[in-house]
Write a protein that binds this ligand. Structure first.
Ligand SMILES: Nc1ncnc2c1ncn2[C@@H]1O[C@H](COP(=O)(O)OP(=O)(O)O)[C@@H](O)[C@H]1O
Ligand SMILES: [Mg+2]
Length: 170
């Protein structure tokens, strides 16, 4: 008798990223899986690579303007240069409060026609939509070059059940 197949959750995948260039490339490839209405939540400590990944997302989506770590601006819209959705990049790092300040951004209004990518959004906007992609970036412990990152992508909700996140590791 054959052993049962190992439980496989298609909505979750883990990758190892070896450099900022690879992180950007991951963003470019992930962008191909995204469409208007998608919420991507990025977590990981300061310097993990969230903005670097978002830069690649912006390139992959073909949007205008370089994605940066804003000093004052909390949310920035990057319109598409083609006919794709705009990228709405939110960096909530400087948002002290909870949902109230987040609500001022009216993300619920923008989300249906945008790809929304949020750094530091945990606990603040899960109620925005049932479907979201969580991307967690960890620095590898004991990495001497300080460039290795472990990236976990977890799709939550119906939207992500049919998406093959495993294709990103190719
Ligand atoms: N594998 C990697 N992926 C992403 N960034 C990396 C990596 N290795 C080194 N870095 C560096 O770490 C920093 C990440 O910064 P940033 O993307 O702004 O992080 P965050 O937005 O998570 O605070 C950059 O200076 C980048 O060059
Ligand atoms: Mg950042």
């Amino acid at each position: 008798m054959e052993a049962p197949a190992a439980p496989h959750n298609p909505a979750e995948t883990e990758l190892i990223v070896h450099s900022p260039e690879q992180m950007r490339d991951l963003g470019r490839r992930l962008a191909k899986l995204l469409r208007a209405g998608d919420l991507v939540m990025l977590s990981g400590e300061l310097g993990a690579g969230k903005t670097t990944l978002t830069r690649g997302l912006g390139e992959g989506l073909g949007v205008r303007g370089a994605v940066t770590s804003p000093t004052f601006v909390i949310a920035r819209v990057h319109p598409s240069l083609g006919d794709g959705p705009p990228l709405l990049h939110v960096d909530a790092y400087r948002l002290g409060g909870g949902l109230d300040e987040m609500e001022d951004l009216d993300l619920d209004v923008s989300l249906p026609e945008s790809v929304v990518v949020v750094e530091w959004g945990e606990g603040r906007l899960e109620e925005l939509t049932e479907d979201r992609l969580h991307v967690t970036i960890h620095r590898a412990v004991g990495d001497t070059t300080d460039e290795v990152r472990h990236v976990t992508l977890t799709g939550v909700g119906e939207r992500w059940t049919a998406v093959d996140l495993g294709s990103l590791s190719a």
